[in-house]
Design a protein around this ligand. Structure first.
Ligand SMILES: NC(=O)c1ccc[n+]([C@@H]2O[C@H](COP(=O)([O-])OP(=O)(O)OC[C@H]3O[C@@H](n4cnc5c(N)ncnc54)[C@H](OP(=O)(O)O)[C@@H]3O)[C@@H](O)[C@H]2O)c1
Length: 293
């Protein structure tokens, strides 16, 4: 079993570590060869500067890049010289249903098999091979490659044809990413009206949603390294909104939450861990109070 991994960011690099720990051969491509090379020497893998060559040399290739544009540019590079003798592409990146369908269509035109395999779980889960994988695509193809997903996942769910797994991933993210965005506005309200944040926290502990707040409190107030970047939460909400609109369904909440996560886009907050959106809002409330803005 030879895995290829495209993308040496938070998810791609931790997936590589998981695979290497299991004694699996890993080929790595990143748009910066230096990053791929550094990761390859850390885990004993092989770095590639040509993504198409990586596909040819691997049994299955997992793509973990930022967004629609990044996935489509990878797909474009893979097909650039015509037919490819490769195994399978698993798109684990969170993209729009349309981008996933287009990727499948383009790749199949040059003989490459495609499954979408978005995941739930973050850096630690990727590192420990404990991701939750949702798979979309041909069922028989999935059954043939099921063992590849099982290597890095604690559970694997077959969802249906492309892009159903991607839609499900966006639906789950809508729930998971909403809480910190709501907390951001809540904590700004508390700050603006001079209510003690710890009093708010203490009272919340006696209410059913107190557990939710506790889950994020440390991630908000202790500046930990990002597990999922703030701007990417905004990206996911843009995709949720566009997937709703495509089916003529109102996308009011998704659009509002996208705006919240995109507000810090020109600041140093943009690449921080997404629950720190609440810190950004508290800072904003304080600056407004002090009439600095
Ligand atoms: N982090 C999470 O908790 C999490 C969980 C589930 C799903 N996801 C999804 O997984 C994907 C990766 O997330 P991540 O957190 O690993 O992001 P990340 O740390 O920002 O890494 C993104 C990777 O994409 C590469 N990239 C960006 N634009 C590119 C382009 N045009 N062509 C080629 N490569 C490009 C980046 O390359 P450079 O290093 O050169 O910029 C980097 O290697 C995203 O779709 C995200 O929504 C993330």
């Amino acid at each position: 079993m030879i895995f290829g991994v495209v993308g040496a960011g938070i998810m791609g690099s931790n997936l590589c570590r998981c695979l290497a720990d299991r004694g699996i051969a890993v080929n790595i491509y990143s748009r910066s060869f230096e990053k791929a090379s550094k990761l390859a020497s850390e885990i004993g893998g092989r770095a590639y500067s040509d993504v198409r060559k990586l596909v040819e040399d691997s049994d299955a290739v997992v793509i973990f890049v930022t967004d629609d544009r990044a996935v489509l540019s990878i797909v474009d590079s893979i097909i650039s010289r015509g037919r490819v003798d490769g195994g399978l592409i698993i798109n684990a990146s969170t993209v729009t249903p349309t981008a996933s369908s287009i990727s499948m269509e383009i790749l199949s035109s040059v003989g490459i098999r495609y499954l979408e395999g978005p995941v739930y779980g973050s850096a630690d889960e990727a590192r420990d091979c404990r991701l939750i994988s949702m798979v979309g695509g041909d069922r028989e193809l999935f059954e043939n490659y099921r063992k590849f997903f099982e290597v890095y996942s604690q559970s694997v769910f077959y969802i249906g044809a492309v892009p159903k797994a991607m839609v499900l991933k966006l639906a789950l993210n809508h729930i998971g990413l909403a809480v910190p965005a709501i907390l951001a506005e809540v904590l700004a309200l508390i700050t603006a009206w001079d209510v003690d944040l710890e009093v708010f926290r203490e009272v919340s502990k006696s209410i059913w949603f107190g557990q939710l707040i506790e889950r994020y409190w440390d991630r908000i107030f202790r500046g930990k390294p990002p597990r999922f970047k703030m701007w990417m939460a905004g990206k996911d909400y843009r995709y949720i909104a566009s997937a709703l609109k495509e089916k003529n369904i109102p996308s009011i909440v998704a659009e509002a939450l996208s705006t919240i996560y995109m507000m810090p886009s020109a600041t140093e907050y943009s690449d921080k861990d997404y629950p720190q959106i609440a810190r950004y809002f508290i800072d904003l409330a304080n600056k407004i109070k002090e009439k600095k803005i």
